[in-house]
Design a protein around this ligand. Structure first.
Ligand code: DC
Length: 227
């Protein structure tokens, strides 16, 4: 007998720990983790490479038919991303692509282009899907909705340390300013802005470490789905 699929929507601002936590939780629940930000990043990267201004709706729209986005989940749970067949998993993480992704994600044709892809993934399997509008727009019927957040300063500090570890350091003030700009961008766009769904559980990780956050998330999910 096949079990009914279920979906866990994890939304929140950048740097709240969504991807690390969603990935860990998916592994524990033995279901697929889908990072939707990575999909917007592929479109951001495509615009960057083609020299298309990421806020130019007409130009970005014109580019969409020539983009084929691929996604593969390895046994290690890692989500690899492809742009017209090329593995761009590392390229989409380049710091300059973050703002491109945020800019293209505000364009209605881009969101429409990606909606089906995201919904299909959740129909085919149980997922933990992270993003900005998963609980509000993409999967409004998700069994569990979590809004994961933390103070901007705490998120900037985490990003600052991450960049340092990755060997691409940046001054803290710059990291904080960029994060605030992206928060503003993502929360104030007209289409599917970042906001907490009415039925989402708010989880603030400002004062929690990774293990405490993971435990809290798993408890919340298990209470909801009874597993
Ligand atoms: O999660 P991330 O930082 O990799 O996402 C990159 C950008 O994509 C982010 O600034 C906003 C956008 N995004 C979105 O609009 N909707 C989603 N579901 C996921 C990401």
């Amino acid at each position: 007998m096949t079990e009914k699929h279920y979906a866990v929507a994890v939304d929140g601002p950048s740097g709240a720990g969504k991807s690390t936590l969603a990935k860990a939780v998916a592994r524990e629940l033995r279901i697929t983790y889908v990072d939707t930000g990575a999909i917007y990043r592929v479109i951001g990267l495509a615009a960057f490479r083609k020299g298309v201004a990421p806020r130019d709706e007409a130009a970005v729209s014109a580019m969409l038919p020539s983009i084929e986005i691929g996604m593969k989940h390895g046994d290690d749970g890692l989500q690899r991303m492809y742009l017209n067949g090329e593995d761009v998993t590392d390229d989409i993480r380049l710091p300059q692509i973050s703002m491109y992704a945020s800019d293209v994600s505000a364009l209605p044709p881009v969101r429409a282009f990606l909606l089906d892809m995201q919904r299909r993934l959740a129909r085919e399997q149980s997922v933990v899907m992270d993003g900005r509008d998963i609980g509000t727009v993409v999967l409004p019927d998700a069994e569990v909705k979590i809004f994961l957040t933390a103070d901007a300063e705490v998120r900037a500090k985490r990003r600052f340390l991450e960049l340092e570890q990755r060997g691409t350091p940046k001054p803290y003030d710059e990291v904080l300013a960029e994060l605030k700009e992206r928060d503003y961008n993502d929360s104030h766009r007209d289409v599917a802005p970042l906001k907490q769904a009415e039925d989402a559980v708010l989880v603030d990780t400002s004062d929690l470490d990774f293990e405490q956050s993971r435990t809290l998330l798993l408890r919340t999910i298990r209470e909801k789905i009874g597993k």
